[in-house]
Structures are given as C-alpha cells and as structure tokens.
Design a binder for this molecule. Structure first.
Ligand code: NAP
Length: 312
C-alpha cells in the first residue's frame, strides 16, 4: 500500500543581518535537491541574492520547494527560469548537465555567471561550455559538502559552513566573475580553492569517488552472503560496517554518473588500491605484523590531521 507523505511545512529562514545590497539580483537554480536546496537556504540566510527562481524536473519537487520556502517562485521550464538571472546554478546529476546547458543557453542574460556543483569537472565543462553563449561567464564549481540524503527536503543552510568549495575556471575566463562567485561561496560560509579541472578530478577520485566505490562494493558483498551471515551483518553493523552503509546509501543516479564521467581517474586510483590491497593480503598471509602496524600507524596520523584541519 502506498504511504501518503505529509506535505512539508514551510520553514522559517533566520536571516543574518546584512546592510549591503545582495551580491546577485536574481539566482536561478536548476535542480532543487540536496545541494540546490542547501544553496538556496544558505543564500537566503546570508542575504546574498535578491530573488530565487527554481526549476526541477518534476512538478512534485517544484511544489515541495515552493512550500518549504527556499525559492521565491518555481517554473517548469529551465529556459524561463534563467531569464534575467545574473547567477545560474546548475544542481542536477552530472549526466544531465549537457541537456540543461542546451536548454538554457539561448536564454541566458548577457553578463550572467553560470556555475554548476557537479562532482566531476572535465566532462561537465566539455558538455556545457559549447552551449553557453559569448558574454556569459561559465565558472564551474564543486562544493565538497553533502550528506547521503537527497531531494528538496534534505537541504539546510549550514551545509557548506567550514567546508571547501573548488572552482575550476576555464582558461581565459573572466577573473572578475570567478572573484564574484568566490565571494558568493564565502558568503555562505565555505572556504574556496581554485584549481584546474583535471587536477580536481584526480584529487576527487581518491578522496571521494574511490571511498564510495569501496562502500558500494563492500555493502554489496555483505548482502550477497549466505542468509544467516547476512542477518548478523545487520545485527552487528556497529563494528565498522555501519559507516560503509551510510556512504553506500548515497543517491544511485548521482553516483552512476560520477563513475561514468570520471572513469580514467577512478580506474587509475582503483589500480593503485588493488596493488596496495595485494600487499596487505601478502603481509597478513606471511604474518608480517610490523608491516601492518606501521601502515595502520600512518593511517591513524592521517585521521588525526583531518581532525586537526577541522574537516572531520
Ligand atoms: P538530488 O538531491 O538528487 O537532486 C537532483 C535535482 O536534479 C532534483 O531537483 C532533480 O529533479 C533534478 N534532476 C535529476 N535528474 C534530472 C534530469 N535528468 N534533468 C533535469 N533535472 C534533473 O541531487 P544532489 O545531491 O543535489 O546532487 C546534485 C549535484 O550535486 C550532482 O551533480 C552531484 O554530483 C553534486 N554534488 C552532490 C553532493 C552530495 O553529497 N549530494 C555533494 C557535492 C556535489 P526532480 O527532483 O524533480 O527529479
């Protein structure tokens, strides 16, 4: 039987007092899920945009966004959403970026800044850039923040606070547009770094994509165990498995697109991991306790430095 979901109540936005005019007059959000809704809440809270118009693929998401109150208006057509917007933020799965760029390209206002939040940068640039007209500034981006949840009800204003956002401006792009977008991300509490898209994709392959692949795989392995073992995996999940299940609960479409679009870097890192796993296997087989202990001491240090950097 289908369970009827209660309509979400409108949330109150606590605004941070700002005397200055908003950084952008009108922000168009294409995609109103976890990241899109969090950006909207954060931009509202910090008074960074005058008006937010949102669009999503389904009427249900648009209605939820409007009801929750993180957008001022909702339209079904992305081309309509970007009309007169000086900031356009594309928050859809990486594989959907090309179609979005194709749809909005002819309708963008001259001088507008177009950015995205995709977890892979090289293919998004290849897919979107050809459809964005001259005079529009394309500054790709990626906030390194998020939870395993998705959809318009999962966003919150504080998601980006103290976390990194990476901008990967195009060669020869407008430096002022990058600076303005940086100010936007900093305005919602994020630290900002600028780097080359190829470098971004390699860094993310090891820091995010490979860990997710491991989680998806290990949880898959566990679910394919014999029935009696499977039950115990759930019962005793606290002993390590639980953390993997949280990561492996991430959105399937988003992650499908990430692996298919960052294939080269992920396969390179996977190759290295396989070699290191074989070394571990050998150390266990040959009772090389010292080797194992040294390795674990090193990894413990990595964890401690992440905690020290405030990114735990
Ligand atoms: P999400 O919660 O699933 O939201 C995705 C949004 O995109 C929804 O509004 C959805 O509309 C819309 N959409 C989905 N497929 C579409 C299509 N084919 N055409 C047009 N619109 C489509 O996803 P999210 O977590 O916000 O992720 C969005 C982007 O942020 C992805 O590119 C991801 O790589 C990136 N990102 C995610 C995280 C994270 O932890 N979640 C972190 C950093 C970056 P409907 O709801 O109407 O279907």
């Amino acid at each position: 039987m289908a369970v009827k979901k209660k309509a979400p109540a409108k949330k109150a936005v606590k605004k941070v007092a700002t005397k200055q005019a908003p950084l952008f007059k009108k922000m168009a959000l294409i995609g109103l899920g976890h990241i899109g809704s969090s950006i909207a809440w954060a931009a509202k809270k910090n008074g960074l945009v005058g008006e937010i118009v949102g669009t999503a693929r389904t009427a249900a998401t648009r209605a939820t966004a409007k009801k929750l109150g993180f957008i001022d208006s909702a339209v079904g057509d992305p081309a309509k959403a970007v009309k007169g917007a000086d900031l356009v933020v594309v928050c859809v799965p990486v594989g959907a970026c090309k179609a979005v760029a194709q749809a909005i390209g002819p309708h963008l206002a001259p001088g507008a800044i177009v950015t995205d939040v995709g977890s892979v940068k090289q293919t998004v640039i290849k897919d979107m850039a050809p459809f964005l007209p001259k005079g529009v500034h394309f500054v790709p981006g990626h906030p390194l923040a998020g939870t395993e949840n998705s959809g318009p009800t999962s966003g919150f204003a504080e998601l980006f606070e103290g976390r990194w956002t990476i901008l990967t401006p195009l060669k020869g792009g407008d430096a002022k547009a990058t600076a303005k977008l940086r100010a936007f991300w900093e305005g919602i509490g994020s630290n900002v770094d600028v780097m080359d898209a190829a470098h971004h994709d390699r860094v993310l392959a090891i820091t995010s994509h490979l860990p997710h692949l491991i989680a998806f795989t290990i949880v898959g392995t566990a679910t394919e165990l014999e029935k009696h073992l499977r039950g115990e995996v759930i019962k005793y999940a606290a002993s390590g498995f639980r953390d993997f299940t949280r990561i492996a609960a991430s959105d399937p479409v988003m992650w499908r697109d990430i692996f298919l679009n960052n294939k080269e870097a992920v396969l390179e890192m996977l190759g290295r991991l396989n070699e290191d796993l074989s070394a571990m296997q050998r150390a266990i087989r040959w009772n090389q306790g010292d080797k194992l202990q040294k390795k674990f001491a090193k990894t413990r240090e990595i964890r401690r430095s992440i905690v020290k950097a405030g990114q735990a």
